[in-house]
Design a binder for this molecule. Sequence first.
Ligand SMILES: [Zn+2]
Length: 321
Amino acid sequence: MQLWRYGSRMKKKLNPDELNLITLAAQYSDEGKALSLLESLRWPNGVMCPHCNHNEVYSLKPKRTSKSPGRMGLYCCAACRKQFTVKVGTVFEGSHIPVSKWLMAMFIICSSKKSVSAHQLHRMLDITYKTAWFMAHRIRFAMDDDTQPMLSGTVEVDETFIGGKGDVRTMSLRKTPVVALISRKGKMKARVVSNVTQKNIGQCLNECVSKEAVVNTDDLPTYDKPLKDYKRHDVVNHSAKEYARRNPDGSIAHVNSAESFFSLLKRGVYGAWHHISREHLPKYANEFAFRWNHNKVTDGERMAKFAGLIEGKRLTYRQAV
Ligand SMILES: [Zn+2]
């Protein structure tokens, strides 16, 4: 093995706007190039050791005389001497799928407004259905953005019920509630709860919404008690067919953004996925929340934002199923 200092090769700065399926297919189908693209997305300021965060690292390449091809994209840390590739310490760790296919799957999921099914990924990327299913789940898992600050300003909170097939009389029992918490400033969070109770709603609010927020809900009485400590609680009386109301201060009380989110999510559930199980619903909700939170940027920039979330997340197949 020969040591090569990282940085001695000049790297071209990547413009995320240039990322689309054409550039991925034309320029990054080669595994070495795909690895360096993922490196520049994960480490925009240069390669960093995932074990100790040191930034002095060496590229490890086999000697010219060596008969074995060596591992592509292998680095060694100057501080802790441990070896790593760009996949170590991310949601891609341990995966044998070519990085070029991961990049395509990332792009497709980040840019499909109503999502895609594992069947579609399986056909588009020429991989087995099982592989496609697991890739999509790993990507959704990584889309959970826990770095986001508490929602503030005017925040809409509403719930809907997803899934549940069969007998109409028992359907509501099998449906799973999803709570959407959406700031009118643009950011949102989604939570899946076992049932709509004061305790569960209170927990969602505590985790996601600043106490300084003005919270808008419909007239479901479950919201009243958990919202007592908030700056203000504006209720639109859906039971009396009131869907928006102008407040004395000129602001408008409604939960229309939450309803838009639910209609998108349902189009994903019924259009792309057909049916989803209760235990996977939080990951699907993550996926839609992620795209909602980055809807003002280009598809390439959204993919670059996603790459910022792959760090420190692992999902094994056993955990996923
Ligand atoms: Zn290190």
